[in-house]
Write a protein that binds this ligand. Structure first.
Ligand code: PLP
Length: 466
């Protein structure tokens, strides 16, 4: 499988190259040259497979030419061995026709582990084969950072630098990142928003000498391998609920558009997906787009669901590229315009095409809290603020006879204050994290300045390699 850039100015690459490169050098995102196709017979043959086996089969066409299905299976078995639920991604019914798939049983209690645990191992595999070392830089609004750190800690072919917006992650989220003592991990708290952090990371990738010197690599959801690793659980849910002999719909609490893009990818691969629902908080750029073709950047407003406090949903570019019939010139023009004006000028036809498949629902903090309370009272289900938004979006778009599966993306114990307000319950952290608040933190506070941060990273990674 070869990969092309959404902006058309980068040479096509193999899976391993795309894994290490993250962002394409023309500023675009990598997309598979063609979508792997599975027939109804192929899908049926995957019913009942243990999750790592299903994952290896589904991901193999994307890594073809770089990593074999056997290697994938070994890595997937290791990646999901640390999950604290035997089903890895258990499915629960909460209402008629409304299901919840829990993606938070990994080491950092958020869905990012689903992809990151595999990615850390893929990086190690490829870098060992090539005898190379890279510096992974990432921006996080909370969960990506800890998932990346957990997946990469102690691996000597990787240095990891994570930028988070100072004071805008929950305390559990921050501590999960800053209490990891391994020397290959650096945490920077930026005086700014998540979007500022994301811009800084993009800035580092555009600074070609810095990128080359540091051998920069990314594990943000712009990395195609992350999307690929998020595809199997949608298939797992769909097969459990009767696909391919029945349609299914998915609802996803959405920030950077990475998780829901994986849901959409399953449809490109031949799974009968009926409808995709985007859930957002008051940072509702995606729902405004879906409802009114209004993709205009606003200020980021802090919410109860910090991992969705985002105004620039990077992975949307991948959907746009496909909806534009893979016209990279138009895609590049629209994305450059968005950067400069803060408004994305999407052709009416393209917007209509998006609306035939996607719908959006935004909940403010008050509505999120009442949704958490309702689920607890009426179904005995404890959903964290992110998951509650996804479930509400799914309920709103549910159709008779078609199962709606909402993705639960974080463990409620990650957001104890919100849970306590809504339900009176203060959920306990699982045993592996019980002493989190006693561990020593280690991080540096830095200004929102690209040159300063680049200098900090140079000296931090220099320290690591000596
Ligand atoms: C990252 C995250 C999201 C948003 O996922 P995207 O792929 O960025 O859309 C939602 N919920 C939680 C808990 C997350 O960590």
């Amino acid at each position: 499988m070869r990969y092309v850039s959404t902006r058309g100015q980068a040479a096509s690459r193999s899976f391993s190259d795309v894994l290490l490169a993250g962002l394409a050098e023309d500023g675009g995102l990598f997309m598979p040259e063609a979508w792997p196709q599975f027939t109804a017979k192929d899908w049926r043959a995957m019913r009942g497979l243990p999750y790592p086996e299903l994952a290896a089969r589904v991901i193999a066409p994307f890594t073809e030419g770089s990593i074999s299905q056997d290697t994938l299976l070994t890595l997937a078995r290791e990646a999901y061995a640390r999950f604290d639920h035997a089903a890895i991604v258990p499915l629960t019914q909460v209402e008629d026709g409304l299901f919840v798939q829990e993606l938070f049983h990994g080491p950092t209690l958020a869905f990012k582990d689903m992809a990151m645990q595999l990615l850390g191992r893929l990086f190690d595999h490829v870098l060992t084969e090539r005898d190379e070392h890279v510096t992974i830089v990432g921006a996080t609004s909370g969960d990506t950072g800890s998932a990346a750190i957990e997946a990469c800690r102690g691996r000597d072919r990787l240095s990891v630098v994570i930028l988070h917006p100072e004071g805008r992650t929950s305390e559990v989220q921050r501590r999960q990142m800053t209490t990891v003592p391994d020397a290959n991990i650096t945490n920077l708290a930026v005086r700014g928003t998540f979007d500022d952090c994301q811009d800084l990371v993009k800035g580092m990738f555009s600074d070609l000498p810095f990128r080359r010197d540091m051998r920069l690599s990314a594990v943000n959801s712009i990395n195609w391998a992350r999307i690929a690793a998020q595809i199997p659980y949608y298939i797992y849910a769909a097969l459990s609920l009767g696909a391919p002999d029945r349609e299914v719909s998915f609802a996803v609490p959405t920030g950077n558009f990475g998780n829901i893009l994986a849901a959409w990818a399953t449809r490109q691969m031949g799974l009968p997906v009926r409808h995709l629902c985007v859930g957002s908080n008051r940072n509702d750029i995606l729902t405004r787009f879906l409802n009114a073709n209004d993709m205009t950047m606003h200020e980021v407003i802090p919410s109860l669901s910090p991992s969705m406090d985002i105004q620039v949903s990077s992975n949307f570019e991948r959907l746009l590229f496909e909806l534009l019939g893979r016209d990279h010139a138009v895609c590049a023009r629209i994305m450059t315009g968005f950067r400069t004006t803060g408004h994305m000028d999407v052709p009416d036809k393209t917007w209509q095409a998006a609306r035939t498949l996607f719908s959006g629902l935004a909940l403010d903090d008050v509505a999120t809290t009442s949704e958490i309370r309702k689920l607890w009272k009426e179904s005995g289900y404890l959903a964290d603020p992110h998951s509650a938004i996804g479930i509400a979006a799914g309920r709103a778009a549910r159709e008779p006879g078609i199962p709606m599966v909402a993705m639960a993306t974080a463990h409620p114990a990650k957001f104890p204050d919100a849970m306590k307000t809504a339900t009176g319950i203060h959920p306990a952290l699982p045993p592996a994290l019980a002493d989190l608040f006693d561990r020593t933190e280690r991080y540096q506070v830095v200004d929102n300045s690209l040159p300063d941060i680049e200098n900090t990273i140079r000296s931090a990674t220099l320290r690591n390699s000596h």
